[in-house]
Every structure is written in C-alpha cells, then in structure tokens.
Design a protein around this ligand. Structure first.
Ligand code: NAP
Length: 311
C-alpha cells in the first residue's frame, strides 16, 4: 500500500510553491513533486521586475529558491521526482512518479507550460547548436554575433532586448506587421539600436555550416512569398507556450489548446478533489504573480473541499 496524503501538489513554479505554503500552513503536510525543472520557467529567466514587493527586481531563480524555502519552512515535503501517471478515477487518487507511488485525498496540478517550437526539422536537429528557446540560458554563447529572434509577443521583445547585451545585432522575425507585445516592451525594443526588424516574415529553414552550427536562416515573406537568406549564428524561438498536461489527457477536462478547464473564478477541475493553478490553467495572464494568486486559491479550495468531506 502506497503512502496516503491529504494534498499532493504536482509542479514547482510560483503556483505550486504558493499552494504548498498555504497547504502547509493549514497543517495539511503537502507533498510537492518538483518535476524535471524545479522552479519552472522562472528559473530560465533573469530579472523579475513586476512581482510586487521587490522594488529593485529579483532574479527569477532566486525568487523560486526563496519560495521553495518558504514552502519547506512550513513542512512541505518537497520531492525531486517527476509524476508520470495519475489515476483520478477513484479516491484516494493515485499518483505514480519516477521513483514511487503515493495516494492523495486532494491533488493540486501546477505543472505550468513549456516553450513552443516552430516545427522545422532543422530546428530540432540544431537545438543546442545555435537554436535555442531560452535567451537567458544561451545568450552568453553569442558575444558579438548576429542572431535572430522569432515572435512578436512580450517574450520575443524581452529575449531580443536581453540578447543585445551580448550579440552585435538581433533581428526580430515576426509573421505580421503588428506586434502582439505590450507597448512598453515594444517601445523598449524599438529604442534599442542593436535590434532590427523583419516583420511579415517567417523562418522557413535553418542552415548550418561544416561545423554543424547555425550560420543562416531562410526568411519567407508572408505578403508575397519571396525568400531571402539572413546570415546569423543563433536562432531564438519565442513564440509562446503549451501547457504541460500530457499526463492529464483523458483524466480531466482540457480545453482545445490543452489547458486544464477550471470552474469560473475558481480552481476546481472536472474531477472533484482535483484542483489546478498557474500557467497550466491560465492562457491569458500567465504572470508569476497571477500564478501565485491561483496557487493560493487552489490551496484554499482544496482545504475547504477536504473539510467538506469531513476528512
Ligand atoms: P504570446 O503573447 O502568445 O506571443 C507569441 C508570439 O509568437 C505572437 O506574436 C505570435 O504571432 C507568434 N507565433 C506563434 N506561433 C508562431 C509560429 N508558429 N510561427 C511564428 N510566429 C508564431 O506569447 P509570449 O510572448 O510568450 O507571452 C505570453 C504571455 O506572457 C503574455 O501574456 C505576455 O504578456 C506574458 N509575458 C510577459 C512578460 C513581461 O511582462 N516581462 C515577458 C514575457 C511574457 P501572432 O501575434 O501573429 O499570433
């Protein structure tokens, strides 16, 4: 018989850790599975300037380390282990991980989201050889080099700006004329003299030299289908994210894009006793502070639900 716990939290971003802090302080002794990227996406970012309470900003990894310590301080059992399968068909729920199996009266899903890729064969082949989905992880490999960023959202603007700390030139390739990013981010990028723009274009192919590293991309115009070669040594893909819900498919209701469906204004999923918070259920705001907010909501919702079960 596997261990039985009141609350099991799957995922370790700001949503999961906040849920853990609240559940632990409610004396529910939560177990938190960190997954393969402890701290989630904030561990691959640099300065977080918009989380309330940090007037000078804070480094993403540092903030996640603080959240982890805070969750641990109140008694969260944090496990460096990845959940591989869940059984929500009967209670208590069963959660199988790489290293074992536990049972839970209530589950909080906070598995976050992962960067999307364009879908080119060369993109996967050259990943780590000039192609990257994380400027903050890899920008330093491109000192005085010319690089390309794909995307027109806040991530693309942020990555382009960050890359100019190292690269000599950054070309933003976006499939439309209009940028999706917020005005402040666009203004900052437009004011950066190292950033050039290839609007109304997509990356059609990525080329490598004899050393196996990226040396150019083919751009294709979305207005007249014309193509051109652009020499560059790095390609950074920043076109959004997909929710990490593979293990929940057919176990709980997901929307058309794979996000967990929750009750409006709450965190209850289609399975009673299973709650979701953070980027895995939020395709709209996707901020550290909103993830933390929904993490708190999921902890309170699960605590009340457990109480109702006279647990
Ligand atoms: P996003 O807002 O969904 O933007 C994705 C961008 O990639 C869009 O411009 C989209 O083009 C383009 N795109 C999508 N699929 C593509 C494809 N297959 N080929 C080429 N281009 C493609 O994603 P995001 O930039 O990651 O931002 C997500 C959320 O996080 C937003 O709410 C954003 O505000 C937030 N965020 C905030 C900050 C910050 O405040 N510091 C930083 C990063 C992210 P279309 O515009 O044509 O659809």
């Amino acid at each position: 018989m596997s261990e039985l716990h009141d609350v099991v939290i799957i995922g370790s971003g700001p949503a999961g850790y906040t849920a853990a802090i609240y559940s632990a302080r409610a004396n529910l002794k939560p177990i938190l599975f960190q997954g393969m990227q402890p701290g989630g996406q904030l561990t691959i970012t640099t300065d977080v300037e918009n989380f309330p309470g940090y007037p000078d900003g804070i480094l993403g990894p540092e903030m996640m380390e603080d959240l982890r310590k805070q969750a641990e301080r109140f008694g969260t059992d944090i496990r460096f282990d990845e959940v591989v399968e869940v059984d929500f068909s009967k209670r208590p729920f069963t959660i199988k991980s790489q290293f074992g199996e536990v049972q839970a009266q209530a589950v909080i899903i906070s598995t976050g989201a992962t960067a999307k890729l364009i879908g080119l064969e060369a993109e996967t082949r050259l990943m780590g050889h000039g192609v990257s989905a994380c400027a903050t992880c890899d920008a330093a490999f491109f000192p005085d080099k010319e690089v390309v960023v794909v995307g027109g959202g806040d991530s693309a603007m942020e990555e382009a700006n960050y890359l100019t700390r190292f690269a000599s030139k950054v070309t933003v390739v976006h499939r439309r004329e209009g940028l999706r990013a917020s005005k402040i981010m666009v203004d900052r990028a437009k004011a950066n003299s190292k950033i050039e723009w290839a609007l109304n274009n997509v990356v059609e192919d990525i080329h490598a030299g004899e050393d196996g590293k990226v040396n150019a991309v083919t751009l294709k115009s979305t207005t007249d289908d014309s193509t051109q070669m652009l020499e560059c040594e790095g390609l950074f893909v920043a076109i959004g994210h997909s929710p990490n819900t593979k293990i929940f498919k057919d176990k709980i209701e997901l929307d058309g894009k794979g996000y967990v469906v929750v009750t409006p204004g709450g965190t209850q999923t289609s399975v009673e006793g299973v709650f979701a918070c953070g980027d895995v259920m939020d395709a709209t705001y996707r901020q550290a502070v909103t993830a933390a907010g929904t993490g708190c909501m999921a902890a309170i919702d699960s605590e009340r639900w457990l109480e109702e079960q006279e647990h």
